[in-house]
Write a protein that binds this ligand. Structure first.
Ligand code: ADP
Length: 379
């Protein structure tokens, strides 16, 4: 059960704590004074009158010494009682001010937290000074900023998804209405165009589902020791026909004795195929794509380098963001919704690796890098 002093607001608790401390101090002071005052008085009297005074003193003097001792002790006790009273009064005032100083920032923090809980994500707590409560308020504000950011991303995501859905749906509606009004021929060509848009929607739904699963950490990795050369060979086997068809050369540079990485082979293959698919998409016929894997510290670093259209510097920091496309019109025609790289990033980070892109600019090709931890780190 809680003590009476621990009930109520923080201010009251602080005030009670201060009062209890002062009362304990005053009682201790009074007790020790009453305990030591008589003997101290006697010692001082002996020092003043001389060590042999009791032998020469008459009964009157002894009685007088006893009386002064009693009066001295009483005076000390009264003085202490008065000063304790005054001290408690002063302490109450100081404590009121001090407890307000401590409780006020906490009360403001509480109000800010309540407003954020009610959906006002812009709310921030005032930060004054550099002591613990100010640091708590600063941390609270950092958390509030993260929440605000997450909320903005959520709203933006809904807007982006709606936007991505609208275009294919409008196209499908256009064809179907055209056929109903007999302005468009319901022939094989028209149905193929409708099917294209349906497939685009299906791909978008699949990508979004995959992205949400990866970002929510719902993808369980079956991590094992994976040989980089085997992964590259698997990717090559999958994509070689498409590269040959477009007339883009695909080369792999992986030392066969490269140490194994700790990874889920299916997921890494997914990343490699995604990067290679992009490289093929953005590299014109006659170009070249090279996959390289080298040991870099505690990791193996992959590089997928192409001689394609390249990426302007201002786009580089945004490529891994959801729905980010450099040229919306061009990528719409080729089918991308700008989610592929976001999924790659989430998958690589799930493995404890990093992913980034470099490009010297438009027309200069692009290189996508990613790292995966060496297997021995987990042994
Ligand atoms: P998408 O499915 O639209 O390709 P991604 O997330 O895979 O989406 O890629 C995002 C954007 O990055 C693309 O729209 C494209 O503009 C750019 N991009 C990706 N890979 C390359 C590359 N190898 N060369 C040039 N641009 C690229």
């Amino acid at each position: 059960m809680k003590g009476w002093w621990a009930r109520g607001s923080l201010r009251r608790r602080l005030l009670c704590a201060h009062l209890v401390t002062i009362a304990a101090g005053a009682i201790t002071l009074l007790g020790t004074t009453l305990l030591f005052a008589p003997s101290l008085h006697d010692r001082l009297m002996i020092a003043w009158l001389g060590p042999h005074w009791s032998m020469t003193a008459d009964a009157g003097m002894v009685e007088m010494e006893r009386a002064t001792n009693a009066i001295f002790t009483l005076a000390m006790a009264q003085a202490l009682a008065i000063s304790s009273g005054v001290a408690i009064l002063v302490a109450v005032m100081v404590s009121l001010a001090a407890s307000r100083q401590i409780a006020q920032p906490l009360e403001r923090l509480l109000v800010a937290a309540q407003r954020i809980a009610a959906g006002h994500y812009r709310e921030r707590a005032p930060v004054q000074g550099d002591y613990e409560l100010a640091r708590l308020a600063a941390q609270f504000n950092t958390m509030a900023a993260a929440l605000e950011n997450a909320e903005q991303r959520r709203v933006a995501l809904i807007g982006d998804v709606a936007h991505e859905l609208r275009t294919p749906l409008a196209t499908i509606a256009g064809y179907v209405e055209g056929m109903l009004d007999a302005v468009v021929e319901p022939d094989e060509g028209t149905w193929a165009l409708v099917l294209d848009e349906v497939n685009r929607l299906r791909r978008l739904a699949g990508d979004l589902q995959e992205l949400s699963r990866v970002e929510a950490g719902q993808v369980a990795l079956n991590t094992t020791a994976v040989a980089p050369a085997a992964l590259c060979a698997a990717a090559l086997a999958r994509l070689e026909p498409q590269f040959a068809e477009k007339g883009v050369m695909l080369r792999i540079h992986v030392a066969p004795d490269l140490p194994p990485v700790s990874a889920d082979p299916d997921r890494v293959l997914q990343v490699l195929i995604n990067l290679l698919g992009n490289a093929l998409r953005y590299t014109p016929a006659g170009g070249e794509v090279v996959v390289q894997a080298v040991k870099a510290g505690d990791t193996v670093r992959w590089a997928v380098r192409d001689t394609g259209i390249g990426i302007a510097a201002e786009h580089l920091p945004h490529l891994f963001e959801r729905f980010y496309r450099v040229d919306k019109a061009r990528t719409r025609a080729t089918g991308g919704a700008g989610i592929g790289l976001t999924i790659c990033k989430a998958l690589v980070e799930l493995h404890g690796g990093q992913i980034w892109v470099e490009s010297a600019g438009l027309g200069q090709g692009a290189t996508f890098f990613f790292t995966l931890p060496l297997f021995h780190r987990y042994e």
